[in-house]
Design a protein around this ligand. Sequence first.
Ligand code: TNX
Length: 534
Amino acid sequence: MHYSVFLRLLPLAFAAFSFPLSAESAPVAIIPQPLVLEQADNAPGFQLRDGIRVHYSVSRSEMGRAAIRALMAAGFNVLPEEMQGALEVHHIDNANPEAYTLSVSAEGIRIGAASHSALYAAAQTLAQAVQNGIIPAMRVEDAAALQHRGIMLDPCRHPISVADTKRILELMARYKLNTLHWHLCDDQGWRIEIKKYPLLTEIGSKRKESSCWIDQKKKDGKPVEFHYSQDDIREVVEYAHSLGITVIPEIEIPGHASAAVTAYPQLGNQDCPDFAPEVITGWGVFPHVMGPNPFTFQFIEDVLAEVCELFPRAPYIHIGGDEVPRDQWQKSPAAQAFMKEHGYTRESQIQDHFTHFCAQVLRKHGRRMVGWDEIMCAPQLPQDAVVMAWRGMDHARIAARRGHQLILCPIHAFYFNFPYGKNPADSFYSGLTGFNNIDCAHVINFDTSVPGNQVIGMQANLWSECIPNMQKLEYMLVPRICALAEHAWLYGTPNRPDAAHFTRRLQAHYPYFDSLRLNYRKEDGSPRLQAVQQ
Ligand code: TNX
């Protein structure tokens, strides 16, 4: 694949990396580690003073204007152009659009980038390097190995406000994560306004109360009512874009559909005995799945049309597809008649039918489909479907063998809802048990190798059953987000730095977390600011 060509051109990438001691500045500690980083010994760095003044050529080129936006997104003050401007920007030819180069000296900053998106990474490298108002003299050659580097947020199980979502986006941008996977509906709540189906949010965004994780029978008695208006969605999408982040929405089809079916019972399998949908107050997998009927197929077309409009830059749209129980389809005479009509012999073929239908609808909108790895049960799954492999690396390797592009988020390493460690403090702070010991070293070292070159992305998923507030969310996310960013950026790179190298560099990032007042997890396992609520 194109990026490996780039890497082959840099065989000495890591041999060249060192922490030379400079009279001017301490070693820079960038996360993710750039492929080549040379910090000049004894050379004076670039003094920021009141900001970065651009060279006259910069605001005359599209690339230059994009660089200004990227620098501002990274927190720099960019000053108007002048003849002696210190910032120069140029295009570099590289098969990998994520490639960029930097050179910093006392005289100025030169950025080379293969695309606009690479400028965001270049700007964040500069931002991370700043020490006491100086960017140390250095030279960088860098490129992300993967084009999709992300975090999945789940505002369904517990709400996450627009303001808090923006805060998370800023943190993602700092570590060059360029994709937010937004899980917008589930059994416990429908969170995105759809104009054509107002009951989705009028009814489907409200639940009576929530379960405690450990003892699901214990309920907190607190009603939850939360959704994003279409204006909220646009605001988040635009804000993300200003930071170089693309938002990929997820609409769960045909399972995890209790909230949708509660709002519109016609979407469900109404002829099943005991059909009584409700927005779920517990956690797990629930029987309400969509029924294969004309109302449902029209619903999918309509909802995906609005979603495509709201997310104009999303190259693929996530249609869920995970954990689909077949019981209702077995019991529903209408679902059985549908199977007969199509010559289906197994209930799983109803899910396949939904999957193919979604792919077809999305294609009409010029988008590809991405789904959880269960979508692979469909025979002749469209070749351009992207598979998000969560159940483990076996499923990732199957997807690759079948020729699908894939995004890795194996539950064994990239589920940040699970504890960092095994000690009692960890399970106390994390709540959700199952897999544990997902600490930074594990995130860095986990074997994600897949033969071939089908892997296009990697992300961490932050399911929110046990994440009722931002204190807890920050604790679960930080600092693991840095380890994820490092693994994704350097995916498949020979000689990528080890966990000890990462941990050393991470030390330099705690002051940044402190400046944002993040409730991150300290090295002793305790939260930085305050106890996290269960
Ligand atoms: C499985 S991962 C799920 C989610 C849960 C998560 C943690 C996946 C595609 N589905 O619905 O939140 O486990 O409990």
